[in-house]
Design a binder for this molecule. Structure first.
Ligand SMILES: [Zn+2]
Length: 131
């Protein structure tokens, strides 16, 4: 999956701003290329879990329709754990077409990874940074 450097930078800024609470949002763009991110309020305000604000989620679907782009994925942060889907992330992954991106701030080492999660199977999707 291609992604702009600007989107990765935005997500890292968002994750650091919200830490130690998990941050979350959508990844959008034309097919196969993430060019936008959109912060969504984490209703849970917890360091180990997130739930999208349903009103903002609905608005995001409307926005992509207006812009003629797609929701390609969803991101969230792991403020203190590695960039790997947790058991709960795998259990709650509801959409096999959605790319699940995880931003880890653990041990002061930033890492960003993306996965497809289908029927409990996790498959890492390489991210190709395109300016
Ligand atoms: Zn997680």
């Amino acid at each position: 999956m291609k992604i702009t450097k600007a989107v990765i930078e935005m997500i890292l800024i968002h994750a650091k701003k919200d830490a130690p609470i998990e941050t979350c949002g959508f990844l959008m763009g034309p097919e196969g290329f993430i060019t936008h991110s959109l912060e969504i309020t984490n209703m849970e305000q917890r360091p180990d879990h997130f739930t999208f604000d349903p009103k903002e989620q609905f608005a995001a679907y409307r926005t992509v329709k207006e812009l003629g782009i797609e929701i390609i994925g969803a991101y969230h942060s792991h403020p203190a754990t590695p960039a790997q889907p947790s058991e709960e992330d795998i259990r709650l992954a509801f959409d096999p077409k959605l790319l699940y991106m995880i931003v880890s701030l653990a041990d002061d080492v930033e890492s960003v990874k993306a996965f497809y999660i289908r029927n409990g199977n996790v498959e890492e999707e390489p991210l190709i940074v395109d300016v």
